[in-house]
Design a protein around this ligand. Structure first.
Ligand code: BG6
Length: 489
């Protein structure tokens, strides 16, 4: 007689998504910018690269007043403009659009979810991936609606796998994140929950662990004994480009600091995991978040600087007296054996002179300058290892070298690895492509776990509180520059 465990495993196997089987994507918030810029171009490239071979379709759930033709037109333009691969292949674009079903619904009404269920039942496929790309305040009602229509939860179809991807930010503070986690966990197992942070899907961010743990050279130096500070810098040359309402609710702390930059800090600081399994890596990231030294209100002025670029309040849907920061610099300490006393300076801002995301590891200076002359010693810059996340993806090492000539002169020089030069024949997958594929494959490594998001919210809570209460200064800065002049060099 076949035992039930065997049958359960068999059912799970049948449901397993494979590139040869099929999946349905249901995107909530389909009329938003994210679908046009990221999600649909990512699906286009997955289709182009043969990852969506057999049977798939896409259900776009958008606003009730939306029109399918106008939406498809806008998505087609989005693919042409934002796809990683160019030019667009019209046959593949049309093949993708021909698989799109548009459902214009308000998320609040149960009847909408029953209609969605009927659509999904017409074409049963082994995997349903629900992608929540609306403002996160709507996530609870979408989860409730999906559950009431038996699309998730204990009454959901047993012969189909279901996963839910939550676009960031996951909640808007610690309380709402705890509430949302509780709600998600009431309907879903943690293995079905994918909390998105697209930075984790970037090739260069994935490489942080490979670089650290695939080379024996750096790891012995990667600690308080040899490192004087770590800088994580994410500057953008663009402002808020038409996203006034979103930014007024978000600001730089919720938008990029609580998620992208703290995750990069965790990857830069964490211990080697015992294996490369998803939860072993997430355990180590979470341990770093747990070791973040809490920020107390009376220390904020010493360790945090906030700014807003001139002209921010002229943007549409921005309050004339808005105090939302578009810039933040934060000195963060990690209280553990490896990092005690080493500042991690996290700097992020909009409307600055350049787009650059990088991690700089500054090594301690030589203990004593041998070269006598003070003008030589002054030029002995510390070694800096820079992991360039984007653009000009690569890694460089700065060190001091004798300048050729018969007098002793020293100059800082760089050894450089450039992704594009070295891997000119390999395309870098766009982060959303990688993460959609991982969600399809059921690999949560590059998604934040429940404890991680809550720990990150807990850490930034005093920053949010202080900026909202106006108890910390908000410095002005000119667009196109390097941010407020008060920032540490
Ligand atoms: C998003 C933020 O998560 O990341 C945006 O909402 C920001 O404000 C963007 O511009 C930056 O992403 P990337 O991949 O362009 O560095």
């Amino acid at each position: 007689m076949l035992d039930t465990a065997f049958l359960t495993n068999l059912a799970a196997l049948n449901c397993q998504w494979a590139e040869e089987t099929g999946a349905v994507f249901v995107i909530f918030g389909a009329t938003g910018d994210l679908s046009r810029r990221k999600l649909v171009p990512a699906l286009y490239n997955l289709l182009k690269d043969g990852h969506l071979r057999k049977d798939f379709f896409v259900v776009l759930v958008g606003r009730r007043d939306g029109e399918k033709d106008a939406l498809l037109q806008s998505l087609a333009e989005g693919m042409s403009q934002y796809s990683r691969t160019q030019p667009i292949d019209p046959a593949i674009r049309d093949a993708l659009l021909s698989q799109v079903v548009y459902v214009a619904e308000d998320f609040g009404e149960p009847s909408g979810f029953s209609r969605l269920r009927a659509i999904l039942e017409q074409r049963p496929l082994p995997l349903r991936l629900f992608y929540l790309a609306t403002p996160s305040s709507l996530y609870p009602s979408i989860l409730d609606g999906l559950s009431a229509a038996h699309l998730i939860g204990e009454h959901a179809d047993a012969d189909c796998q279901t996963r839910v991807v939550f676009e960031k930010p996951f909640g808007r503070d610690l309380d709402s994140a705890i509430h949302l986690n509780a709600l998600a966990r009431a309907h879903l197992d943690e293995s079905q929950i994918y909390r998105m942070d697209h930075y984790l899907g970037k090739e260069t961010v994935q490489n942080i662990l490979v670089f650290r743990f695939g080379n024996s050279l750096f790891e012995p130096l990667w600690n308080r004994k040899y490192v004087s500070r770590v800088r994580i810098i994410a500057t953008e040359d663009i402002g808020i480009v038409g996203r006034g309402r979103f930014y007024e609710e978000t600001g730089i702390i919720r938008d990029v600091l609580q998620n992208h930059l703290l995750q990069i800090a965790a990857l830069s600081a964490m211990e080697a995991p015992v294996s490369f399994e998803a939860d072993r890596i997430r355990d180590e990231r979470a341990k770093v978040f747990r070791a973040f030294r809490p920020l107390y209100a009376d220390q904020l002025s010493a360790h945090a600087i906030f700014g807003q670029y001139d002209g921010y309040t002229d943007a549409d849907e921005v309050a004339a007296d808005s105090r939302i920061p578009t810039f933040a610099a934060l000195r963060l300490f990690i209280d553990n054996w490896r990092w005690e006393g080493v500042p991690f300076e996290i700097i992020a801002g909009k409307s600055l002179g350049e787009k650059s995301t990088r991690v700089e590891i500054h090594f301690r200076s030589v203990p004593f300058c041998l070269f006598g002359k003070h003008y030589v010693c002054e030029k002995l810059d510390p070694n800096i290892l820079t992991l360039r996340i984007q653009p000009e993806e690569g890694i460089s090492m700065q060190f001091s070298t004798k300048t050729p000539g018969d007098t002793l002169q020293v100059s800082p020089v760089r050894m450089n690895f450039d992704y594009r030069e070295t891997f000119s024949d390999k395309a870098q997958q766009e982060a959303y492509e990688k993460l959609l594929l991982d969600a399809l494959r059921g690999d949560p490594t590059l998604f934040a776990r429940q404890d991680e998001v809550e720990l990150m919210w807990r850490y930034v809570a005093p920053l949010i509180e202080a900026t909202e209460a106006g108890t910390v200064p908000l410095h002005r800065y000119a667009p196109g520059g390097s941010g407020p002049k008060e920032v540490w060099k």
